[in-house]
Design a protein around this ligand. Structure first.
Ligand SMILES: N=c1c2ncn([C@@H]3O[C@H](COP(=O)(O)OP(=O)(O)OP(=O)(O)O)[C@@H](O)[C@H]3O)c2ncn1[C@@H]1O[C@H](COP(=O)(O)O)[C@@H](O)[C@H]1O
Length: 108
């Protein structure tokens, strides 16, 4: 199994565990706003790493970011498969073309 799928399965399994022994459970118990806050913090830490001049330092921050994103998806009853499906839907559509279509449709 892909490590991300394995991590997702672990996160789902740990959501209902004892918060004293599980970070996933304690974060889940803290609620959606706390999960979102942690995700934001990890995003900022990834940005800081991106600008630090030490590209290798992006990797652990990206791992923290993805971990917390999966915790959020699980909390919302969503999965990596939902994200995969959305990315597959976008496949082959240039971001520039998609944005231009939005403007034409008056959705910008
Ligand atoms: N991949 C991860 C993972 N990545 C990051 N983290 C935790 O995410 C937390 C966030 O980092 P911070 O430094 O911001 O934490 P903090 O400062 O203690 O948090 P705050 O007090 O500020 O809220 C840390 O406690 C990290 O250990 C993770 N915790 C768990 N996992 C995976 O999830 C599995 C289940 O974990 P438990 O639920 O703890 O059993 C583990 O076996 C791992 O595979």
């Amino acid at each position: 199994m892909d490590p991300l799928d394995r991590l997702e399965a672990t996160i789902r399994a740990r959501r209902g565990a004892d918060p004293a022994t599980s970070y996933v459970a304690s974060l889940t118990a803290a609620g959606r706003a706390k999960i979102a806050q942690k995700l934001g913090e990890e995003a900022v830490e990834t940005v800081i790493a991106a600008c630090s001049g030490d590209d290798a330092s992006i990797v652990p921050e990206a791992a923290d970011l993805i971990f917390h994103l999966i915790v959020l998806l699980a909390d919302a009853g969503l999965s990596l498969d939902d994200v995969r499906a959305e990315l597959a839907r976008r496949e082959g559509v240039s971001g520039h073309d998609e944005k231009a279509a939005r403007t034409i449709e008056g959705k910008a």
